[in-house]
Write a protein that binds this ligand. Structure first.
Ligand code: 5GP
Length: 116
């Protein structure tokens, strides 16, 4: 059983954080340390620790994360200029919070995918 992170407390609003979206499956809020003009995290309400823990039973929630990402991109006015959706996994992926999340990044040119 994975340990809860701060994201579960945000989802339950035990740590008050303005929510940009919430439904029965997912919650979205702005990243506390934005890496682009728009930087939103889309998080499943249920704790799934890493991309390695995604199972067939999660297909609905994973799909919802993307439809909510698309909706938020439109609301933020970045759907036409473009954006990037990223999910980091484990150490080499740079994952810091072990509750999966989609980063929605945009509002400015983001440059190459990897800085090498
Ligand atoms: P990861 O590196 O796991 O893909 O991304 C974790 C993200 O969560 C980081 O971009 C970090 O800034 C963000 N983050 C960490 N703690 C908090 C928090 O308490 N509130 C919010 N809104 N974002 C957080």
């Amino acid at each position: 059983m994975a340990e809860e992170t701060i994201f579960s407390k945000i989802i339950r609003q035990e740590i008050p954080t303005p929510l940009l979206y919430q439904d029965d499956l997912v919650t979205a809020f702005s990243d506390i340390a934005p890496k682009a003009k728009v930087h939103i995290l889309i998080v499943p309400n249920e704790l799934i620790a890493t991309a390695n823990d995604i199972e067939a039973e999660h297909e609905q929630v994973i799909g919802r994360m993307y439809t909510v990402a698309k909706r938020l991109a439109k609301e933020q006015g970045i759907d036409q200029s473009g954006y990037r959706l990223i999910m980091n996994c484990n150490d080499h992926g740079g994952q810091e919070v072990y509750h999966i999340h989609l980063h929605l990044l945009g509002g400015e040119p983001l440059g190459p995918l990897l800085a090498k």
